[in-house]
Design a protein around this ligand. Structure first.
Ligand SMILES: *Cc1c(COP(=O)(O)O)cnc(C)c1O
Length: 456
């Protein structure tokens, strides 16, 4: 069959509403033209993030009812531990309430002042936690990953030569570990090849530097390897994930992504000393090591969800919806980042709105136009999020201006996707009418969440 279908039917529904255009205009004005400040009920299709926004399966809801809320050594913990061990093969397993909790404890126990932590691209919370411990977070993405237009696979790969140069430059004493993020969220959800993970590991072994995988989208990455890399077509996604983790000494995880859960995370490692230190900090900050800030029912949900994310039919369907969007955008000449990533489509706002100067934030113009046109909430990844001020207080724009449409897992159906495309096309046809914005108030850091905009 040519038609790829959703590999599930719907047992429970949640209503969504498209409020009138006049009300959308009012809502956005009240939110100071910043979609982060909108009420979720005023958004018809919410593509702000794929984190914690997925739908659970009947099996997960059923598992939830089996949650054992015992403080220590609960049945639910045993199930969680078994799933995570089967996938990662790690000796020590620690639940955390979400990904950044794992990162914060990891940075606390492993990162010292002036250390250097390489990664293909650090996610913003990973970077913030490393920097908070005094470390320097370095991005060593391969050159092809910087090219928004090239359609080649595995644009999330790390540049192994750059890594070798960094090790030579700073010395092993200053590099307590190296990270690799699968898929590369900051770089458009692009996958990392097994060949690259192996090459990175081979180099690190030479210097005895441990490898930590930021594994939030490990199942989506396994799917890309299955589809695109030689030698993996006959392997299951579970086997591919197991191989990925086999090259790592530890991993952090936000289970709000490929855990198919609304909350949760973990840290896993092989090293006994790391485990001892992590456990002590976990008890201080998150909770007893067999629940780590989660309820027993959350552990149940995760033990099922982590395995469901490795279901091949689920990944085929997920990727089909995203590449369907890419094909449509391509056919209309609407600029987007190629190839489409594992969890999102990124529109190129600089090319979409060439008449808006970068410091009038073309990404915000596009985000707001998508909301007014069709009640779709997206997010700017451009000069508002990544711009900075130089020492003279001059604002320096980001090299790229993107708008991310992130797709919650198992939430929207084909007609929702068709609707999104119609909205995008309407906005595209009327793009010359979209104007710029200026910032009227902003906090000192992470300004994109709360700043206010006025239309120019
Ligand atoms: C979401 C995410 C995190 C942080 O996880 P939270 O659960 O949001 O704290 C870390 N790394 C990557 C790549 C992510 O996508």
């Amino acid at each position: 069959m040519r038609t790829i279908i959703e590999p599930f039917r719907i047992k429970m529904t949640e209503p969504i509403h498209l409020i009138s255009k006049a009300d959308r205009e009012k809502a956005l004005a009240k939110a100071h033209n910043n979609v982060f400040l909108l009420d979720a009920d005023d958004c018809c299709i919410d593509l702000l993030t794929d984190s914690g926004t997925g739908a659970m399966s009947a099996q997960q809801w059923a598992a939830l009812m089996l949650g054992d809320e015992s403080y220590a050594g609960s049945r639910s913990w045993k199930k969680f531990e078994a799933s995570v061990r089967q996938i990662t093969g790690m000796k020590h397993i620690f639940p955390t309430h979400q990904g950044r909790a794992a990162e914060s404890l990891m940075a606390h126990i492993l990162v010292k002042e002036n250390d250097v932590i390489p990664n293909n691209s650090h996610f913003d919370t990973t970077r913030a936690n490393i920097e908070f411990s005094g470390g320097n977070a370095l991005n060593l993405l391969c050159d092809k990953g910087m090219d928004l237009k090239s359609d080649i696979p595995f644009k999330g790969d790390m540049d192994v030569e750059k890594l070798a140069a960094v090790i030579e430059k700073y010395g092993v004493e200053r590099i307590p570990f190296c990270m690799i993020t699968v898929t590369n969220n900051t770089g458009g959800g692009q996958p990392v090849s097994m060949a690259n993970i192996k090459a990175v590991k081979k180099l690190l072994i030479k210097y005895k530097i441990p490898l930590i995988i930021d594994s939030c989208r490990f199942a989506e990455n396994a799917y890309f390897i299955h589809e695109l890399e030689d030698g993996y077509a006959d392997k299951s996604l579970l086997e591919i994930a197991q191989e990925m983790f086999s090259y790592a000494d530890a991993a952090t995880m936000s289970a709000k992504k490929d855990g198919l859960a609304n909350i949760g995370g973990f840290f896993v490692c092989q090293n006994d000393e790391w485990a001892e230190n992590f456990r002590n900090m976990l008890i201080l900050r998150e909770g007893f090591p067999t629940y780590g800030g989660l309820a027993g029912r959350d552990l149940e949900i995760l033990s099922v969800g982590l395995m469901e994310a490795l279901d091949y039919d689920y990944q085929v369907y997920r990727h089909a919806t995203i590449s369907y969007m890419g094909k449509f955008l391509q056919s209309k000449g609407i600029p987007y980042v190629k190839p489409v990533g594992g969890h999102a489509v990124f529109l190129d706002a600089k090319e979409f709105l060439p008449h808006i100067p970068q410091l009038e934030y073309p990404g915000i113009g596009l985000v707001n136009a998508l909301y007014i046109e069709g009640g779709i909430r997206s997010v700017e990844l451009g000069s508002v999020m990544f711009g900075h001020f130089d020492t003279n207080g001059k604002e320096i724009p980001s090299p790229i201006e993107l708008v991310r449409l992130a797709f919650p897992r198992r939430v929207y159906t084909q007609s929702h996707f068709d609707y999104m495309l119609e909205v995008i096309e309407n906005v595209w046809q009327n793009r010359t009418k979209i104007g710029g914005h200026r910032i009227t108030s902003q906090p000192d850091f992470l300004r994109h969440f709360t700043c206010h905009f006025a239309k120019i």
